[in-house]
Ligand binder design. Structure first.
Ligand code: ADP
Ligand code: MG
Length: 242
């Protein structure tokens, strides 16, 4: 069974139908990059996967749990899904270490020692071993985003969702964040990444999905999508961004 199954997903805000019947399956260990113009519903889609938005219609099944099933323990599903946003949303009054260990201690009831040890490992992974005691606002944007990734990983998620994780960063910070994401992908993490970094998508994605007007218009292997786009809509989009 696929790790993420989305069937005929619709989402409206009032009269505005943002998602118009999306279908997508993501396999274990797969990296799917989503591209598409602003306003096409990419963020709304990710938020539906994490139950931050309730679909108007359709079905989402994550690791066998149907989100619309009243019997599903949503908190348990959420623990399995890490999410990283464009704006890192670190807790400004907590140190890097406290940011990373808060959820494992409070939600997963890990001991402080265990959570601290995991956090130190994760900080090494994201290249910030020396920043454990720093406050978020003393770090660069790229460093803060890497802390945000470490914080998400501290819950030991089975799936990571990224919503334009490098869009708010100065160009010189982007590479370090993408490197961390590449490492994660190489380690077998199942990932759905909304991104404008076409180079990253080309290199790392198993599959690229092009969204426009609330629908998946085209999807396939990176080479097919980038080098042989079928729809005029995708050709037009790629001409603008590459
Ligand atoms: P993308 O991430 O592809 O840029 P979004 O999912 O953010 O697209 O937005 C798609 C559409 O949904 C936009 O027209 C946006 O204005 C609308 N939208 C997103 N979130 C909300 C909300 N909470 N309430 C009302 N409209 C929303
Ligand atoms: Mg968005």
């Amino acid at each position: 069974m696929a790790k993420v199954i989305v069937k005929d997903l619709h989402k409206s805000y009032g009269d505005n139908e943002v998602l118009k019947g999306l279908n997508l399956e993501v396999e274990d260990n797969e990296v799917v990059c989503m591209i598409g113009p602003s306003g096409s519903g990419k963020s709304t889609f990710l938020r539906c996967l994490n139950d931050l938005e309730v679909p108007t219609k359709g079905q989402i099944v994550i690791s066998g749990y149907d989100l619309s099933d009243k019997g599903t323990n949503i908190n348990l599903v959420r623990e399995n899904i890490g999410m990283v946003f464009q704006h890192f949303n670190l807790f400004p009054h907590l140190t890097v270490m406290q940011n990373i260990t808060l959820a494992p201690v409070q939600l997963k009831k890990e001991s402080k020692e265990t959570a601290d040890a995991t956090a130190h490992e994760l900080l090494k992974t994201v290249g910030l071993a020396d920043k454990a005691d720093a406050m978020p606002n003393s770090l660069s944007g790229g460093q803060q985003q890497r802390v945000a990734i470490a914080r998400a990983l501290a819950m030991k998620p089975k799936i990571m969702l990224f919503d334009e994780p490098t869009s708010a960063l100065d160009p010189e910070m982007v590479g370090d964040v993408l490197d961390v994401m590449k490492k994660l992908a190489a380690g077998g993490m199942t990932m759905i990444v909304v991104t404008h970094e076409m180079g990253f998508a080309k290199e790392v994605a198993d599959r690229v999905v092009f969204m426009a007007d609330g629908l998946i218009q085209e999807s396939g292997k990176p080479d097919d999508v980038f080098d042989h786009p079928k729809s005029p809509r995708l050709q037009d989009f790629l001409n603008k961004v590459i």
